[in-house]
Design a protein around this ligand. Structure first.
Ligand code: DGJ
Length: 575
């Protein structure tokens, strides 16, 4: 047999194995399974071998059904998402104990592929917003086997107990079945990540006060929890109250929930190691108060170490950010942007000016962002009569994604390399978003630092890059620059800017409703400078393709970004 025919035989054999045995395909592609890589405290989600930025949207809770998907995909197309977050319902997946129905999951996979979207699947299992509402009926009807939390008053709370062994076993079985199915059915890696449970924890009680739970509470705190919370000096075999005082109830519940979910995730990951995360119903980042003001059990900022210790199979802890005040929103991003935690925002406000916070997330190295509830099942005409269409409500997110989408691989890579900084308008958004499609109002003057010289207006923020500073303005300019270059007057705080350093004196600059400038800094501070070139064009796969060079009015007043998606590569020089 010649070498050539041997090779041919091998190819035929491998092809036959792949066609006949779908699980073999997953084996063959193991090295290409989406995974998160950490370098110098920065993170990237690798998809098909390169950093990938999730520009996502989460559907409404009851939109993961085949009958509703026709109202999902057109919204996703309008938004220019690359990834759809969509629930998998335990009650649908395992209608009878041990009988699994993957038909809905398969429909999701098929339709996502047709629409060239990736998926993040949300496992609505034991917990959904702190309750057991997505458990199958056979579990709900057997509350002794699958108990809820007992409150301090002895009454049942609408929340599953994290200490219930049968519930844990059932969840592990179902989640493992899901992961096994994905491993076999998704060798294309349509699914990028898995959210394990949804806003796990408990509202209405700080912990389980059942007899069994109380016995554990009165027993010694596990050593890994003492170490995680830096209580190694606690007396030997200290119980929860002795070790943690006022925080004991809360930490005990967090331990129970994180240990439970850690085991579910580990079982699924042993079968198919997709990245997995847990989302938090956020306590107020600036004014948290005490339970029961917030849901207890999930990965809030004060209990990160317990989650990291008890659930190592969870790759990241993620904030669901619904904070409406900018300072609170930004603080939430800061809390979850840590060297031991990739930043990913799986849920956030999905309409109006809040879309600018995508840029705040990117400036903190986020691997993805996904506003909640953006499909066509939802009525945005609120307050009634406001006439807001879904397209108007989603418009700002769509604009973000239209701008960032074509270069999402580059943005992910530049973030992984620590090259990106961003700025958003930090004024608070109005309570009810205003459609940005409204024609701009007449230009209005705002007070400035130097009313005679708009070039010297005080910037809203200065981004620092070694020998260059990049001042950013989010307010309208004082003086008209002609219709082509005047930034649309923001009807609400819309400004967002992103600057990435490409070389010593070269930057990628983009944004919406803002103005960006440059100034020599560091050892070059005070030197005269100018643009060597300000090229407008497209950035893709590390290559910038210019379409024109901006100059004159388009650079003399700073680099102006309006509602038209614009990407610039500027090269600077000092004299
Ligand atoms: C947060 C939850 O995680 C979502 O599933 C959804 O219930 C939103 N809150 C509110 O609509």
């Amino acid at each position: 047999m010649t070498q050539h025919s041997l090779l041919l035989r091998a190819v035929v054999l491998i092809t036959a194995v792949l066609v006949l045995d779908p699980s073999a395909r997953a084996e063959v592609n193991d090295s290409t399974i989406p995974h998160i890589v950490q370098k110098d405290g920065r993170y990237a989600l690798f998809v098909d071998g390169a950093p990938y930025l999730i520009l996502g949207a989460q559907v409404n809770n009851s939109s993961g059904w085949p009958s509703v998907l026709p109202k999902v995909w057109p919204a996703m197309d309008f938004l220019h998402v690359n990834t759809v977050e969509i629930p998998v319902y335990w009650e649908q997946l395992e209608p009878e104990q041990g009988r699994f129905d993957f038909s809905v999951v398969d429909t999701l996979l098929d339709q996502a592929r047709q629409h060239k979207d990736h998926l993040v699947l949300l496992w609505f299992g034991t917990w959904k917003n702190g309750s057991n509402h997505y458990m199958p009926q056979w579990m709900k009807l057997d509350p002794h086997r699958y108990p809820n939390v007992t409150g301090a008053d002895g009454k049942e709370v609408d929340s599953p107990s994290p200490l219930a062994k049968e519930t844990l076993a059932a969840d592990i079985t179902a989640f493992s079945a899901l992961m096994r199915h994905l491993k076999e059915a998704d060798f294309q890696h349509t699914v990028l990540m898995i959210q394990v449970e949804n806003e796990s924890g408990t509202w209405g009680a700080v912990r389980d006060y059942s007899t069994a739970a109380q016995a554990l509470f009165d027993g010694p705190v596990p050593t890994e929890v003492l170490a995680a919370m830096q209580k190694t000096h606690a007396p030997e075999r200290a119980n929860w109250q002795e070790a943690f005082g006022d925080d004991a109830d809360e930490y005990f519940h967090v331990w129970g929930v994180s240990k439970f979910i850690g085991q579910v995730a580990a079982a699924g990951k042993a079968i198919y190691p997709l990245p997995m995360y847990v989302n938090a119903s956020l306590r107020d980042p600036l004014n948290p108060g005490h339970p029961p003001k917030y849901e207890v059990g999930g990965p809030n900022d004060n209990v990160f170490p317990i989650w990291k210790a008890e659930a190592p199979a969870i790759d990241l802890l993620a904030p669901d950010i619904y904070q409406r005040e900018s300072a609170h929103y930004l603080k939430a991003l800061d809390y979850y942007h840590r060297s031991d935690n990739p930043l990913f925002i799986p849920e956030t406000i999905g309409q109006g000016a809040y879309a600018r916070f995508l840029f705040a997330a990117l400036g903190r190295g986020a691997i993805g962002y996904s506003p909640f509830g953006l499909d066509y099942t939802r009525n945005f005409d609120y307050p009634p009569g406001s006439g807001m269409t879904p397209e108007q409500a989603f418009g700002p997110v769509a604009l973000d994604y239209a701008l960032i989408g074509p270069m999402m691989r580059d943005i992910a890579r530049l973030n992984f390399e620590g090259k990106i900084q961003a700025s958003v308008d930090e004024r608070n958004s109005p309570d009810f978003p205003v459609a940005i499609a409204t024609p701009p109002r007449p230009h209005k003057t705002e007070p400035t630092a130097d009313p005679e010289n708009p070039r010297l207006e005080t910037p809203d923020e200065i981004l620092h890059f070694g020998n260059w500073d990049a001042p950013v303005w989010h307010r309208p300019m004082r003086r008209g620059l002609g219709p082509a270059t005047r930034p649309a007057v923001p009807l609400q705080p819309n400004g967002r800017a992103l600057v990435a350093q490409l070389g010593d004196n070269q930057f990628l600059v983009t944004g919406l409703y803002c103005r960006v400038g440059f100034l020599p800094a560091g050892s070059a501070a005070g030197k005269p400078w100018q643009y060597l070139s300000a090229e407008e064009g497209q950035y893709k796969n590390g290559v910038f393709t210019p379409s024109r060079i901006l100059n004159g009015d388009q650079t003399d007043w700073g680099l102006i970004f309006t509602s038209t998606p614009t990407v610039l590569r500027v090269t600077l020089y000092t004299r």
